[in-house]
Design a protein around this ligand. Structure first.
Ligand code: ZN
Length: 135
């Protein structure tokens, strides 16, 4: 638990939330300010600032929970699509520095823009990026 972290306070119960699911590793709640009704947040119970602080196992557990919530949303809401969004750092849109995954119900008519217009790199730029990023 980190002092002054709103998600740590939700996990400890100091701040109330609308709980959807809980296990030893994660808590899933309704987003207090949903982009669409039913948007859920998967919070790791342990405080990590960003994805880069989690072990591969902790990442797998968090995304498994997100997948389970997505399935439940698909079963119960009349959605046309769904986004799983995980932001790291302010330029990426992370507003609360405690690792979390957004599960966002989508509708044909919702007009949300989550991903902007794509760029069009040259082939040599792709090749240079492959050299940098390949694992
Ligand atoms: Zn926290």
């Amino acid at each position: 638990m980190k002092e002054d972290c709103i998600f740590c306070k939700i996990i400890s119960g100091d701040i109330p939330s609308y709980k959807i699911y809980e296990n030893d590793d994660v808590l899933v709640i309704l987003d207090r300010f949903p982009t669409n009704q039913g948007e859920c947040l998967v919070l790791t119970k342990e405080h990590y600032d960003t994805l880069f602080d989690l072990s591969p196992s902790a990442v797998a557990k968090a995304f498994a929970a997100a997948s389970g919530v997505a399935a439940k949303i698909k079963q119960t809401l009349p959605i046309d699509g769904l986004n799983i969004l995980q932001n790291n750092g302010e330029p990426a849109g992370q507003q609360i520095p405690h690792f979390h995954i957004h599960v966002i119900p989508r509708y044909d008519s919702d007009n949300l823009v989550i991903h902007g217009k794509g760029t069009d790199p040259a082939p040599e730029e792709f090749e240079a990026m492959v050299e940098k990023l390949k694992i």
